[in-house]
Design a protein around this ligand. Structure first.
Ligand code: SF4
Length: 95
């Protein structure tokens, strides 16, 4: 399957079509319906910026055409702007 991105560039897409990146379990936990793990000890096991870059690149190489950042609260990641910039770069670069 071929898709055209926002810059008019054609790219090949295929399963998996969607990559949901759960960047962190950290969160202020204010939502009453929350099912986020309360064991924050694992928060130190989060992937680094470079590791996420690799995951994003691998997802794109496998054909993923959509990306979502989730958590926890992804806004607590200080590198979120870098991750978004890398995702935008990958989305506009032919594979
Ligand atoms: S992890 Fe998600 S659902 Fe839970 S409190 Fe945070 S934002 Fe709300």
């Amino acid at each position: 399957m071929t898709a055209v991105n926002g810059t008019g560039t054609s790219t090949q897409v295929g399963p998996p079509l969607w990559l949901l990146a759960e960047l962190t379990y950290r969160c202020p936990l204010q939502c009453p319906y929350c099912s986020n793990p309360l064991d924050f000890a694992r928060s130190e096991q989060e992937l680094s910026t470079e590791q996420w870059f690799s995951v994003l690149r691998q997802g794109r190489e496998m054909g993923a055409a959509q990306l979502g950042f989730s958590g926890g609260e992804p806004l607590v990641r200080s590198d979120l702007p870098e991750l978004i910039a890398e995702a935008r770069h990958l989305a506009t670069t032919p594979i």
